[in-house]
Design a protein around this ligand. Structure first.
Ligand code: NAD
Ligand code: WQD
Length: 339
């Protein structure tokens, strides 16, 4: 049976997707340079599934390594997670972000084209909607970006659209993730950020476990019900299952489709803090801090297209998200590092 290649397969979303793919009967090959992950995540996926993963260390910008990868393994489709994702860092290191994300994707597509593998699921982001004028946000909303990370995702979307336009025998989905949170129900795999977390949920979890003293809530003067930012948080296992559905869709379809993966429901920062502390019976001290530059007030998905095209919709509740985040964090206070 051919492999599904996961670039960045050891990362947060990649590892959860690897598990769902194995559970659905696919064979998985991960290609990762471990710049933001470790092999331990994949070892745990193997334990959870009772199946093995082929793990290759390499960089998507390394054309020779990719050629070798495709020549040594029969690959039917690629799920392309590999990339850098820290918004703040991207403003400091724009060339690094464009090189990794944009040049890396171009190199990957060049090699895929050469070897005739033309099915690609790409990790895009709700960041491509910029500060959307209307919520819920449909896939047809105008696109824009305000930082190099967002620009890199936008550029890749344009590049992939041009490629499919030129060569209609490609099949691609641009999966626009909203805010992935949570962890596998086992507590064995989860998000393991380096240093101070940029994102809300890992920050809350680290405060709850005592690694950080309190959460700064970035702004309480937004035009939202409680004044704090509203986002569409989606359980990472739901998100992972969306990739399985996208691959099944590509088995039947060519062309390119942008598809939101979100729940369609928005929660505020204070909703998240409250849910986390109430459901898990743990204190999450916080204080109100100034707005974070570049943040928007409200962002949530119009998720109907995923249901219509992929037969997918989010199934996990907010309680599941905060419970599973806490199970992972409390069982692995130092992430994969203690292993
Ligand atoms: P992650 O950092 O946990 O995973 C990315 C993986 O890619 C890591 O294992 C990293 O080592 C690897 N990688 C990075 N550059 C590479 C390169 N040049 N060659 C090979 N491997 C490389 O991040 P994640 O949260 O799992 O995100 C996966 C994808 O989804 C990313 O493209 C990200 O931009 C996108 N995305 C993430 C979110 C989010 O909030 N987590 C939201 C929207 C989109
Ligand atoms: C969520 C809310 C913050 C941290 C980012 C990227 C986006 C996508 C997902 C990749 C906001 C507030 C946060 C904290 C806080 N990634 N917050 N205190 O900003 O919606 O999206 O991650 O594609 O591109 O921009 O997610 O988790 O950082 O913030 O008050 O310490 O929590 O202001 O309202 P965001 P986030």
């Amino acid at each position: 049976m051919p492999y599904i290649l996961l670039t960045g397969g050891a990362g947060y979303i990649g590892s959860h997707t690897a598990l769902e793919l194995l559970n659905a009967g696919y064979q998985v090959l991960s290609f990762d340079n471990y710049s933001n992950s470790s092999t331990e995540a994949l070892n745990r996926v193997e334990q959870l599934s009772g199946k093995s993963i082929v793990k290759v260390t390499g960089d998507i910008r390394d054309e020779a390594a990719l050629r070798q990868l495709f020549s040594e393994h029969q690959i039917s489709a690629v799920v392309h997670f590999a990339g850098l994702k820290a918004v703040g860092e991207s403003t400091q290191l724009p060339l690094h972000y464009y090189d990794n994300n944009v040049a890396g994707t171009v190199t990957l597509c060049r090699v895929m084209r050469e070897v005739g593998v033309k099915k690609l699921v790409f990790s895009s982001s709700a960041t491509v909607y910029g500060d959307a004028k209307q919520v819920p946000i449909p896939e047809s909303a105008p696109r824009s970006a305000t930082n190099p990370y967002g620009q890199s995702k936008l550029m890749i979307e344009y590049i992939l659209q041009d490629l499919v336009q030129a060569e209609p025998d490609w099949g691609m989905t641009l999966l626009r993730y909203f805010n992935p949170v949570g962890a596998h129900h086992s507590g064995q795999i989860g998000e393991d950020p380096n240093g101070i977390p940029n994102n809300l949920m890992p920050f809350i979890s680290q405060v709850a476990v005592g690694k950080r003293s309190s959460l700064s809530v970035f702004g309480n003067d937004y035009p939202t019900p409680d004044g704090t930012g509203v986002r569409d948080y989606i359980h990472v296992v739901d998100l992972a299952r969306g990739h399985v559905k996208a691959l099944q869709y590509l088995e039947q379809h060519n062309g390119i489709e942008a598809i939101n993966l979100g729940t369609g429901v928005g929660y505020s920062v204070l909703d998240m803090v409250k849910a986390f502390s109430t459901v898990n019976q743990v204190a999450v001290p916080y204080q109100i801090a100034p707005r974070r530059p570049g943040d928007i007030a409200v962002c949530y998905a119009q998720p109907d297209k995923a249901k219509r095209l992929l037969g997918w919709q989010a199934e996990h509740s907010l309680d599941d998200m905060v419970k599973d985040s806490w199970r992972w964090q409390s069982q692995n206070p130092d992430g994969y590092k203690q292993a």
